[in-house]
Write a new protein. Sequence first.
Length: 409
Amino acid sequence: MIIPSKPRLAIRIGFAGARAVADVAVLVDRLDAVYKYIAEVVAAAALAASGSYATDAPVVRLTTGLAEGGDLTAANSFLTCAADRMASPAITRQLAAVLPFDRATFRSHLEAASQPLFDGALVRCEGRVLELDGRYLADDSPPNGKTASFCRHVRTRAYRGQAAVLLRQCDLLLAAYDPAAIPKPGGTVETIRQALELAIPVVVIPLGEESRPDNVAILRQRDGFHEHHPMTTPAWREELAEMLRRLIIPPSVPADGDRPAHEPRTQRPNSRMELLRDYYGTGPRLTRLTGLRQIGWTCFEERFNKSASTANPTALATAPASAHASAPALDASPAAETSPAAPALPNVPDPFKAYRDRAAILARYYNGIYRGTFFMNYVLAVVAICIAVVGLRLLLSGHWWYWRWRRSN
Protein backbone atom coordinates (compact mmCIF):
# COMPACT_ATOMS: atom_id res chain seq x y z
CA MET A 1 0.00 0.00 0.00
CA ILE A 2 1.41 3.39 -1.04
CA ILE A 3 0.12 6.34 0.96
CA PRO A 4 0.00 10.00 -0.19
CA SER A 5 2.94 12.28 0.40
CA LYS A 6 3.73 13.58 3.85
CA PRO A 7 2.00 16.78 5.01
CA ARG A 8 3.67 20.12 4.47
CA LEU A 9 4.82 21.91 7.59
CA ALA A 10 2.63 24.92 8.30
CA ILE A 11 2.49 27.26 11.29
CA ARG A 12 -0.70 29.32 11.55
CA ILE A 13 -0.46 32.66 13.33
CA GLY A 14 -3.54 34.70 14.17
CA PHE A 15 -3.41 38.42 14.79
CA ALA A 16 -5.69 40.59 16.91
CA GLY A 17 -4.88 44.28 17.13
CA ALA A 18 -6.38 47.57 18.17
CA ARG A 19 -7.80 49.87 15.51
CA ALA A 20 -6.20 52.95 17.08
CA VAL A 21 -2.40 52.76 16.81
CA ALA A 22 -0.60 55.86 18.06
CA ASP A 23 2.85 55.08 16.62
CA VAL A 24 2.69 52.81 13.58
CA ALA A 25 6.48 52.78 13.12
CA VAL A 26 7.02 51.36 16.61
CA LEU A 27 4.45 48.64 15.99
CA VAL A 28 6.06 47.72 12.67
CA ASP A 29 9.49 47.43 14.30
CA ARG A 30 8.13 45.20 17.05
CA LEU A 31 6.22 43.01 14.60
CA ASP A 32 9.25 42.66 12.33
CA ALA A 33 11.32 41.43 15.27
CA VAL A 34 8.71 38.81 16.17
CA TYR A 35 8.22 37.72 12.54
CA LYS A 36 11.96 37.41 12.05
CA TYR A 37 12.43 35.26 15.13
CA ILE A 38 9.45 33.02 14.26
CA ALA A 39 10.90 32.46 10.76
CA GLU A 40 14.28 31.49 12.19
CA VAL A 41 12.81 29.07 14.72
CA VAL A 42 10.45 27.47 12.18
CA ALA A 43 13.30 26.97 9.71
CA ALA A 44 15.50 25.33 12.36
CA ALA A 45 12.69 23.14 13.66
CA ALA A 46 11.79 22.10 10.10
CA LEU A 47 15.33 20.81 9.60
CA ALA A 48 15.19 18.94 12.91
CA ALA A 49 11.90 17.26 11.96
CA SER A 50 12.58 16.88 8.24
CA GLY A 51 11.70 13.18 8.32
CA SER A 52 8.11 13.89 9.36
CA TYR A 53 7.10 16.46 6.75
CA ALA A 54 7.18 16.96 3.01
CA THR A 55 10.26 18.46 1.39
CA ASP A 56 8.40 21.65 0.41
CA ALA A 57 9.35 24.88 2.12
CA PRO A 58 7.61 25.41 5.48
CA VAL A 59 4.59 27.71 5.47
CA VAL A 60 4.05 30.52 7.95
CA ARG A 61 0.48 31.79 7.54
CA LEU A 62 -0.87 34.95 9.15
CA THR A 63 -4.65 35.22 9.57
CA THR A 64 -6.11 38.63 10.42
CA GLY A 65 -9.42 40.46 10.30
CA LEU A 66 -7.97 43.13 7.92
CA ALA A 67 -9.47 45.89 10.02
CA GLU A 68 -7.92 49.34 9.79
CA GLY A 69 -5.17 50.06 12.22
CA GLY A 70 -3.39 47.09 13.77
CA ASP A 71 -4.70 44.38 11.43
CA LEU A 72 -3.71 46.06 8.18
CA THR A 73 -0.40 47.16 9.68
CA ALA A 74 0.39 43.60 10.76
CA ALA A 75 -0.59 42.20 7.36
CA ASN A 76 1.53 44.72 5.45
CA SER A 77 4.48 44.21 7.78
CA PHE A 78 4.19 40.44 7.41
CA LEU A 79 4.22 40.64 3.62
CA THR A 80 7.12 43.08 3.40
CA CYS A 81 9.25 41.61 6.17
CA ALA A 82 12.50 40.15 4.83
CA ALA A 83 13.01 37.82 7.78
CA ASP A 84 12.41 34.72 5.68
CA ARG A 85 15.45 35.54 3.55
CA MET A 86 17.64 35.00 6.59
CA ALA A 87 16.28 31.51 7.24
CA SER A 88 17.22 28.23 5.59
CA PRO A 89 15.28 26.52 4.14
CA ALA A 90 13.20 29.38 2.73
CA ILE A 91 9.92 30.18 4.47
CA THR A 92 6.77 30.54 2.37
CA ARG A 93 4.59 33.37 3.68
CA GLN A 94 0.84 33.22 3.25
CA LEU A 95 -1.80 35.74 4.24
CA ALA A 96 -5.39 34.80 5.12
CA ALA A 97 -8.36 36.80 6.33
CA VAL A 98 -11.59 36.28 8.29
CA LEU A 99 -14.14 39.04 7.68
CA PRO A 100 -17.21 39.56 9.88
CA PHE A 101 -19.29 40.74 6.90
CA ASP A 102 -19.06 40.34 3.15
CA ARG A 103 -16.06 42.12 1.71
CA ALA A 104 -18.05 44.86 -0.01
CA THR A 105 -19.83 45.84 3.21
CA PHE A 106 -16.63 45.61 5.23
CA ARG A 107 -14.70 47.78 2.76
CA SER A 108 -17.40 50.43 2.55
CA HIS A 109 -17.12 51.15 6.28
CA LEU A 110 -13.34 51.56 6.27
CA GLU A 111 -11.70 54.95 6.11
CA ALA A 112 -10.72 56.15 2.65
CA ALA A 113 -7.01 55.89 3.46
CA SER A 114 -7.37 52.25 4.55
CA GLN A 115 -9.34 51.00 1.55
CA PRO A 116 -6.30 50.70 -0.82
CA LEU A 117 -4.43 48.78 1.87
CA PHE A 118 -7.44 46.50 2.29
CA ASP A 119 -7.64 45.87 -1.46
CA GLY A 120 -3.94 45.04 -1.65
CA ALA A 121 -4.16 42.66 1.30
CA LEU A 122 -7.14 40.87 -0.28
CA VAL A 123 -5.14 40.30 -3.45
CA ARG A 124 -2.22 38.90 -1.47
CA CYS A 125 -4.57 36.51 0.35
CA GLU A 126 -4.96 34.65 -2.97
CA GLY A 127 -8.44 33.40 -2.17
CA ARG A 128 -7.81 32.53 1.48
CA VAL A 129 -10.63 34.81 2.65
CA LEU A 130 -13.54 33.66 4.79
CA GLU A 131 -16.56 35.99 4.76
CA LEU A 132 -18.98 35.43 7.65
CA ASP A 133 -22.69 36.20 7.62
CA GLY A 134 -22.62 39.07 10.11
CA ARG A 135 -24.79 42.18 9.73
CA TYR A 136 -23.51 45.72 9.86
CA LEU A 137 -26.13 48.12 11.20
CA ALA A 138 -25.06 51.75 11.50
CA ASP A 139 -26.12 53.67 14.59
CA ASP A 140 -27.62 56.50 12.52
CA SER A 141 -29.84 54.22 10.42
CA PRO A 142 -31.34 51.48 12.62
CA PRO A 143 -34.09 49.22 11.26
CA ASN A 144 -37.71 50.00 11.93
CA GLY A 145 -38.49 49.87 15.64
CA LYS A 146 -34.84 49.36 16.63
CA THR A 147 -32.45 51.58 18.54
CA ALA A 148 -28.79 52.45 18.21
CA SER A 149 -27.94 50.08 21.07
CA PHE A 150 -29.48 47.24 19.07
CA CYS A 151 -27.24 48.12 16.12
CA ARG A 152 -24.17 48.05 18.36
CA HIS A 153 -25.29 44.67 19.73
CA VAL A 154 -25.59 43.23 16.22
CA ARG A 155 -22.15 44.49 15.23
CA THR A 156 -20.62 43.15 18.44
CA ARG A 157 -22.05 39.70 17.72
CA ALA A 158 -20.47 39.81 14.27
CA TYR A 159 -17.06 40.79 15.66
CA ARG A 160 -17.23 38.09 18.31
CA GLY A 161 -18.08 35.51 15.67
CA GLN A 162 -15.11 36.74 13.64
CA ALA A 163 -12.79 36.28 16.62
CA ALA A 164 -14.16 32.79 17.33
CA VAL A 165 -13.54 31.67 13.76
CA LEU A 166 -10.11 33.30 13.58
CA LEU A 167 -8.94 31.53 16.74
CA ARG A 168 -9.81 28.20 15.17
CA GLN A 169 -7.49 28.97 12.27
CA CYS A 170 -4.35 29.55 14.30
CA ASP A 171 -1.81 27.71 16.42
CA LEU A 172 -0.48 30.90 17.97
CA LEU A 173 -2.13 34.29 18.57
CA LEU A 174 -0.18 37.52 18.17
CA ALA A 175 -1.92 40.48 19.85
CA ALA A 176 -1.07 44.18 19.99
CA TYR A 177 -3.07 46.64 22.09
CA ASP A 178 -2.75 49.54 24.50
CA PRO A 179 -3.19 48.34 28.11
CA ALA A 180 -4.30 51.84 29.14
CA ALA A 181 -7.24 51.84 26.70
CA ILE A 182 -10.74 50.74 27.68
CA PRO A 183 -11.47 47.25 26.25
CA LYS A 184 -14.35 47.03 23.79
CA PRO A 185 -16.79 44.13 23.43
CA GLY A 186 -15.48 41.72 20.83
CA GLY A 187 -12.12 43.52 20.83
CA THR A 188 -8.51 42.45 21.28
CA VAL A 189 -8.68 41.84 25.03
CA GLU A 190 -11.72 39.62 24.69
CA THR A 191 -10.03 37.70 21.87
CA ILE A 192 -6.97 37.13 24.07
CA ARG A 193 -9.13 35.69 26.83
CA GLN A 194 -10.90 33.37 24.40
CA ALA A 195 -7.57 32.18 23.02
CA LEU A 196 -6.29 31.34 26.49
CA GLU A 197 -9.50 29.45 27.23
CA LEU A 198 -8.86 27.39 24.09
CA ALA A 199 -5.27 26.71 25.26
CA ILE A 200 -3.83 28.77 22.39
CA PRO A 201 -0.59 30.51 23.42
CA VAL A 202 -0.62 34.28 23.03
CA VAL A 203 2.22 36.68 22.26
CA VAL A 204 1.27 40.16 23.48
CA ILE A 205 2.95 43.35 22.22
CA PRO A 206 1.93 46.23 24.52
CA LEU A 207 1.44 49.62 22.85
CA GLY A 208 1.18 53.14 24.20
CA GLU A 209 3.06 53.96 27.39
CA GLU A 210 3.87 50.27 27.94
CA SER A 211 5.62 50.12 24.55
CA ARG A 212 9.32 49.66 25.16
CA PRO A 213 11.97 47.81 23.18
CA ASP A 214 11.89 44.09 23.76
CA ASN A 215 8.74 44.41 25.88
CA VAL A 216 6.80 41.24 24.95
CA ALA A 217 4.56 39.01 27.06
CA ILE A 218 4.06 35.28 26.51
CA LEU A 219 0.74 34.03 27.89
CA ARG A 220 -0.32 30.43 28.34
CA GLN A 221 -3.03 30.63 31.01
CA ARG A 222 -5.89 33.04 31.56
CA ASP A 223 -4.97 33.53 35.22
CA GLY A 224 -1.68 35.13 34.18
CA PHE A 225 -3.31 37.74 31.97
CA HIS A 226 -3.87 41.22 33.42
CA GLU A 227 -5.33 43.39 30.67
CA HIS A 228 -4.19 46.74 32.06
CA HIS A 229 -0.78 45.55 33.25
CA PRO A 230 0.41 42.58 31.12
CA MET A 231 3.37 40.92 32.75
CA THR A 232 6.23 40.93 30.27
CA THR A 233 8.43 37.90 29.70
CA PRO A 234 12.15 38.79 29.83
CA ALA A 235 13.18 35.58 28.06
CA TRP A 236 10.32 35.73 25.55
CA ARG A 237 12.48 34.52 22.67
CA GLU A 238 13.43 31.30 24.44
CA GLU A 239 9.85 30.66 25.54
CA LEU A 240 8.46 31.37 22.08
CA ALA A 241 11.03 29.07 20.51
CA GLU A 242 10.06 26.28 22.91
CA MET A 243 6.37 26.69 22.06
CA LEU A 244 7.08 26.53 18.32
CA ARG A 245 9.29 23.46 18.68
CA ARG A 246 6.54 21.66 20.57
CA LEU A 247 4.13 22.47 17.74
CA ILE A 248 6.49 21.38 14.98
CA ILE A 249 8.75 18.60 16.20
CA PRO A 250 6.93 15.27 16.80
CA PRO A 251 7.38 13.40 20.09
CA SER A 252 10.82 11.81 20.07
CA VAL A 253 11.27 8.05 20.07
CA PRO A 254 13.75 6.81 22.73
CA ALA A 255 17.10 5.83 21.30
CA ASP A 256 18.97 2.60 22.10
CA GLY A 257 20.62 4.14 25.12
CA ASP A 258 17.21 5.02 26.61
CA ARG A 259 15.79 1.49 26.27
CA PRO A 260 15.03 -0.32 29.54
CA ALA A 261 17.38 -3.19 30.29
CA HIS A 262 14.59 -5.78 30.41
CA GLU A 263 13.22 -4.89 26.95
CA PRO A 264 14.51 -6.85 23.94
CA ARG A 265 16.43 -4.92 21.33
CA THR A 266 14.05 -5.89 18.53
CA GLN A 267 11.14 -4.01 20.12
CA ARG A 268 12.58 -0.56 19.51
CA PRO A 269 14.04 1.11 16.43
CA ASN A 270 17.69 2.00 16.11
CA SER A 271 17.01 5.70 15.61
CA ARG A 272 14.60 8.24 17.02
CA MET A 273 12.89 8.93 13.69
CA GLU A 274 12.60 5.33 12.48
CA LEU A 275 9.14 4.78 13.94
CA LEU A 276 7.83 8.01 12.45
CA ARG A 277 9.28 7.15 9.04
CA ASP A 278 7.83 3.67 9.34
CA TYR A 279 4.28 4.74 10.11
CA TYR A 280 4.14 8.06 8.27
CA GLY A 281 6.45 7.35 5.38
CA THR A 282 6.56 4.68 2.72
CA GLY A 283 8.42 2.14 4.83
CA PRO A 284 8.28 -1.64 4.55
CA ARG A 285 5.19 -1.96 6.75
CA LEU A 286 3.10 -0.09 4.20
CA THR A 287 4.41 -1.88 1.11
CA ARG A 288 2.36 -4.25 -0.99
CA LEU A 289 1.91 -7.84 0.19
CA THR A 290 3.64 -10.46 -1.93
CA GLY A 291 3.75 -14.21 -2.27
CA LEU A 292 1.56 -16.46 -0.17
CA ARG A 293 0.42 -13.59 2.04
CA GLN A 294 -0.97 -11.74 -0.97
CA ILE A 295 -2.72 -14.87 -2.25
CA GLY A 296 -4.24 -15.57 1.16
CA TRP A 297 -5.38 -12.00 1.63
CA THR A 298 -6.91 -11.87 -1.86
CA CYS A 299 -8.91 -15.04 -1.20
CA PHE A 300 -10.01 -13.66 2.17
CA GLU A 301 -11.21 -10.38 0.61
CA GLU A 302 -13.04 -12.11 -2.24
CA ARG A 303 -14.79 -14.48 0.16
CA PHE A 304 -16.09 -11.74 2.42
CA ASN A 305 -16.94 -9.35 -0.41
CA LYS A 306 -18.94 -12.10 -2.07
CA SER A 307 -20.76 -12.84 1.19
CA ALA A 308 -21.55 -9.15 1.76
CA SER A 309 -22.86 -8.61 -1.75
CA THR A 310 -25.02 -11.74 -1.54
CA ALA A 311 -26.47 -10.75 1.83
CA ASN A 312 -27.21 -7.12 0.95
CA PRO A 313 -26.68 -6.25 -2.73
CA THR A 314 -28.40 -2.87 -2.34
CA ALA A 315 -25.96 -1.70 0.33
CA LEU A 316 -22.97 -2.01 -1.99
CA ALA A 317 -24.84 -0.33 -4.80
CA THR A 318 -25.59 2.73 -2.68
CA ALA A 319 -22.33 2.82 -0.71
CA PRO A 320 -20.09 5.88 -1.14
CA ALA A 321 -17.53 5.43 -3.86
CA SER A 322 -14.79 7.29 -2.01
CA ALA A 323 -13.56 7.97 1.49
CA HIS A 324 -14.95 11.50 1.32
CA ALA A 325 -18.61 10.41 1.09
CA SER A 326 -20.52 10.88 4.30
CA ALA A 327 -23.95 10.69 5.91
CA PRO A 328 -26.77 13.03 4.84
CA ALA A 329 -26.66 16.59 6.08
CA LEU A 330 -28.21 17.40 9.43
CA ASP A 331 -30.88 19.56 7.82
CA ALA A 332 -31.91 16.93 5.26
CA SER A 333 -35.62 16.42 4.75
CA PRO A 334 -37.40 13.16 5.74
CA ALA A 335 -37.71 12.24 2.09
CA ALA A 336 -33.96 12.55 1.66
CA GLU A 337 -33.36 10.36 4.72
CA THR A 338 -35.36 7.51 3.20
CA SER A 339 -33.71 7.87 -0.19
CA PRO A 340 -31.52 4.90 -1.17
CA ALA A 341 -28.60 7.17 -2.11
CA ALA A 342 -27.10 9.69 0.29
CA PRO A 343 -26.81 13.25 -1.05
CA ALA A 344 -23.33 14.10 -2.20
CA LEU A 345 -21.38 16.59 -0.13
CA PRO A 346 -19.40 19.40 -1.79
CA ASN A 347 -15.96 18.49 -3.02
CA VAL A 348 -13.21 18.67 -0.43
CA PRO A 349 -11.00 21.75 -1.02
CA ASP A 350 -7.66 20.91 -2.59
CA PRO A 351 -5.56 22.12 0.40
CA PHE A 352 -7.25 19.49 2.59
CA LYS A 353 -7.74 16.63 0.11
CA ALA A 354 -4.22 15.23 0.43
CA TYR A 355 -4.46 15.24 4.22
CA ARG A 356 -7.84 13.50 4.21
CA ASP A 357 -6.62 10.91 1.69
CA ARG A 358 -3.61 10.19 3.83
CA ALA A 359 -5.65 9.95 7.02
CA ALA A 360 -8.23 7.66 5.38
CA ILE A 361 -5.60 5.26 4.05
CA LEU A 362 -3.73 5.16 7.35
CA ALA A 363 -7.00 4.57 9.20
CA ARG A 364 -7.84 1.62 6.96
CA TYR A 365 -4.33 0.25 7.37
CA TYR A 366 -4.37 0.41 11.17
CA ASN A 367 -7.94 -0.90 11.32
CA GLY A 368 -6.78 -3.87 9.28
CA ILE A 369 -3.97 -4.52 11.74
CA TYR A 370 -6.41 -4.30 14.65
CA ARG A 371 -8.92 -6.64 13.02
CA GLY A 372 -6.16 -9.06 12.07
CA THR A 373 -4.87 -9.12 15.63
CA PHE A 374 -8.39 -9.62 16.97
CA PHE A 375 -8.94 -12.49 14.52
CA MET A 376 -5.62 -14.11 15.41
CA ASN A 377 -6.55 -14.02 19.10
CA TYR A 378 -9.60 -16.16 18.35
CA VAL A 379 -7.61 -18.51 16.13
CA LEU A 380 -4.94 -19.01 18.78
CA ALA A 381 -7.64 -19.55 21.43
CA VAL A 382 -9.22 -22.29 19.28
CA VAL A 383 -5.81 -23.88 18.70
CA ALA A 384 -5.09 -23.81 22.44
CA ILE A 385 -8.41 -25.50 23.22
CA CYS A 386 -7.79 -28.18 20.58
CA ILE A 387 -4.34 -28.89 21.99
CA ALA A 388 -5.80 -29.13 25.51
CA VAL A 389 -8.52 -31.54 24.36
CA VAL A 390 -6.05 -33.73 22.49
CA GLY A 391 -3.69 -33.75 25.45
CA LEU A 392 -6.49 -34.69 27.83
CA ARG A 393 -7.60 -37.42 25.47
CA LEU A 394 -4.09 -38.84 25.26
CA LEU A 395 -3.76 -38.65 29.02
CA LEU A 396 -6.99 -40.54 29.56
CA SER A 397 -6.11 -43.07 26.88
CA GLY A 398 -2.76 -43.72 28.57
CA HIS A 399 -4.47 -44.49 31.88
CA TRP A 400 -6.86 -46.89 30.14
CA TRP A 401 -4.02 -48.85 28.53
CA TYR A 402 -2.17 -48.89 31.86
CA TRP A 403 -5.09 -50.43 33.80
CA ARG A 404 -5.69 -52.92 31.01
CA TRP A 405 -2.03 -54.03 31.23
CA ARG A 406 -2.28 -54.41 35.03
CA ARG A 407 -5.35 -56.62 34.75
CA SER A 408 -3.75 -58.80 32.10
CA ASN A 409 -0.76 -59.40 34.36
